[in-house]
Design a protein around this ligand. Structure first.
Ligand SMILES: Cc1cc2nc3c(=O)[nH]c(=O)nc-3n(C[C@H](O)[C@H](O)[C@H](O)COP(=O)(O)OP(=O)(O)OC[C@H]3O[C@@H](n4cnc5c(N)ncnc54)[C@H](O)[C@@H]3O)c2cc1C
Length: 639
């Protein structure tokens, strides 16, 4: 077993992960699966994988990310499946590319299972300590300092501290230090980043109140049931018993219950004109509008006061009532995030239909925190300023558990690859939402909490959630991310999908090809398929059907993708002297290129403000640069 506390400088951990939130858990587990010796430090061991806000995983584009995490061997998918109390496939009436699974989870069960998973991992040492600073030697990180006066040594460090860096919470004029209510604020770690030249800025997010379910009048709300046939996050068609996590096997879950059984409903209600009057009458008391909060909040998850200000014509706003678990009567008031004073929160809450007698368990609040603008990291998630230091999750300016977990997984893999001198895993925009996420962050940066949407992916037709294992197969194969057995099953699935797609496109049937008949038939009509096809697993059937029905669109997408990929193949050297070699370029473009230091022409092309003329100029200079460096290499080698 590769576990245990180790303080010797001569036996550094391969990876030290700071913070066991969604990013930290996946980072540690991925590094552990790769065979790395991992230390996972977290300020409070009782809050491992805590959902700070909404008790739900997945949703638009986020559900795609969870399936990609699952395909790459991550834990979020199965953990969400076994802890889910309600499943819903979003956009079910739309095309398969934008359909996305979502699950309401039992918050505590989710945490227990993830923690247990980490405890049982033979390569991970989980330890409760707050990281107070980083140790640097000659431009590299070599370890971390903690509040216990212990220094831990590591070849690499992954920072996943979420909303905790200088976290400050607001409820009206009331302010408390902390990354989350009831938690601490990481007050000294920010200085360590600043000392290394890493720039930090402020962002803000918020959460709604929680109330007692027994105080809700459900007769005034409309019920939202779960799907009868749930779509899970985990790919169980390629998992055998040995591939389930240490905690359970299919059909015998030790924590949680059988996925999809015994679902609980959510409920829908609306704010009223009275709510609008209470909020608008007290808007000056909101720290958002009084100037107390300076950090920018999530555009797509606005507070209730923000909604009334920004959408003045809308008299009411939708509210979703979501249970936080099976063994609790705590309910989450989705859509009612606010930082207004407590008295105003209570008054406003009671104006909502069904919540007239609401009993509050926890108040709503906003939190401001430091983040490190992500143009300071490479696509491997490694810092440009400090070698061997990786960043993942909310600290990179994102918001959401799934975005955090996906980055954590990649950072964990890449930290181990770095210790081995191997190239990092960088996913393309055409093969994964995670590729889009990382590329957007490192290329464009963000000045507001970044969340994923299907619209952010230009090749989204290629990124349907059910194909995650197939899209990522070559990456899974190149590393030990899943077991050999599962890899074989994924390869077999991939083979079956290709074989059947090709066969049906080329098979003659009644005055044409079978593929044409399928395209002409109704979406739910499988009668154009041969008998043998119906014996295949449903996942293979559905993927083949998608590829055949949408062939025209998918082919066009593939052609576009090829053009883009060509640009991504033209590499720009890390030390390319933009300012010296591109003197006549527009100032804005030059500064952005020099700051972001794209690694390919494709990435340079995606930087906002860099236009096609700048790219042409860059390509000409790059060609000369490559020619001259080749010439000097030939000369120096005497050829
Ligand atoms: C109040 C609030 C509201 C939110 N609202 C939304 C929302 O509406 N929509 C949405 O998508 N997301 C929301 N989020 C964000 C969501 O919780 C995060 O995106 C997600 O949890 C980020 O995951 P993470 O792993 O980066 O960080 P976190 O989940 O925050 O985990 C960080 C972990 O690091 C540990 N830690 C921190 N500092 C140290 C240290 N110095 N030493 C050791 N351990 C440390 C903490 O204990 C914690 O376990 C909200 C978060 C908060 C706090």
């Amino acid at each position: 077993m590769n576990k245990g506390i180790e303080l010797s400088k001569n036996k550094p951990y391969d990876v030290i992960v700071c913070g066991a939130g969604h990013a930290g858990c996946e980072a540690a587990l991925a590094a552990g699966r790769m065979g790395g010796r991992v230390l996972l430090l977290t300020g409070n061991i009782d809050t491992v994988a805590q959902m700070s806000c909404n008790p739900a995983i997945g949703g638009q584009a986020k559900g795609h990310i969870v399936r990609e995490i699952d395909a790459l061997g991550g834990a979020m998918g199965v953990t969400a499946d076994v802890s889910a109390i309600q499943f819903r496939l979003l956009n079910e009436s739309k095309g398969p590319a934008v359909q996305s699974p979502r699950a309401q989870c039992d918050k505590k069960v989710y945490q227990y299972r993830m923690k247990h998973e980490i405890e049982l991992d033979p390569n991970i040492t989980l330890f409760q300590a707050m990281v107070t600073g980083l140790v640097y030697e000659s431009g590299r990180v070599t370890g971390v300092e903690t509040n216990l006066n212990l220094v831990f040594h590591g070849k690499t460090v992954v920072v996943t501290t979420g909303t905790f860096l200088q976290g400050l919470m607001h409820i009206g004029k009331n302010k408390n230090e902390g990354g989350r209510m009831g938690d601490f604020s990481a007050k000294t770690l920010s200085k360590s980043f600043l000392d290394a030249g890493i720039v930090l800025e402020r962002l803000k997010t918020g959460t709604p109140p929680r109330i007692l379910g027994s105080s809700i009048d459900f007769s005034k709300c409309s019920e939202q049931k779960g799907d009868e046939r749930p779509v899970f996050f985990g790919f169980y068609d390629t998992r055998g018993d040995g591939d389930m996590f240490h905690v359970e096997h299919p059909g015998q879950s030790k924590l949680g219950w059988l996925p999809g059984t015994n679902q609980i409903s959510c409920w829908i209600t609306d704010t009223t004109e009275e709510t609008s009057a209470v909020i608008n009458g007290n808007i000056h008391l909101s720290p958002l509008y009084s100037g107390d909060i300076t950090g920018i909040g999530p555009r797509y998850c606005p507070s209730i006061e923000d909604k009334f200000v920004r959408f003045k014509d809308k008299p009411t706003h939708r509210i979703f009532l979501e249970p936080e678990g099976r063994s609790t009567d705590e309910w989450y008031i989705n859509g009612f995030s606010t930082s207004l004073p407590l008295e105003v929160q209570l008054a406003a809450l009671k104006t909502i239909s069904g919540l007239e007698h609401a009993i509050m368990l926890r108040p709503a609040y906003a939190v401001e925190y430091d983040f490190a603008p992500p143009t300071q990291i490479y696509a491997s998630l490694e810092s440009k300023m400090v070698e061997n230091l990786f960043f993942a999750g909310q600290i990179n300016g994102t918001t959401g558990y799934e975005e955090a977990a996906g980055q954590g997984l990649l950072a964990g893999i890449n930290a181990v690859e770095k210790t081995r001198g191997n190239p990092p895993l960088v996913l393309g925009r055409h093969e994964a939402y995670l590729g889009v996420l990382v590329d957007d962050l490192v290329t464009k940066g963000t000045n507001e909490p970044y969340r994923m949407f299907t619209s952010r992916a230009e090749h989204r037709l290629l990124l349907n959630h059910a194909s995650a294992e197939l899209r990522l197969l070559h990456h899974i194969e190149a590393r030990t991310l899943v077991s050999k057995d599962r890899l074989q099953r994924i390869k077999h699935k991939s083979h079956m999908v290709s074989y059947w797609t090709e066969r049906l496109e080329n098979e003659k049937a009644k005055g044409g090809f079978r593929g044409d008949h399928i395209r002409k038939s109704h979406i739910s009509d499988f009668s154009a398929y041969p008998e043998e096809f119906h014996q295949l697993t449903s996942t293979v059937q559905m993927e083949v059907d998608y590829k055949i029905r949408y062939k025209g669109y998918l082919d066009r997408e593939l052609r576009l993708m090829d053009r883009m990929r060509h640009m991504d193949k033209i590499k720009i050297p890390k030390d390319f002297d933009y300012k010296g070699l591109l003197k006549s370029m527009r100032k804005e473009s030059l500064e952005k290129l020099d700051a972001i230091r794209p690694t390919t022409i494709g990435q340079a092309n995606r930087i906002s403000g860099v236009n096609p003329a700048d790219i042409s100029q860059l390509m000409i200079v790059l060609e000369v640069y490559h020619r001259e460096s080749c010439a000097s290499i030939s000369l120096s080698s005497g050829q």
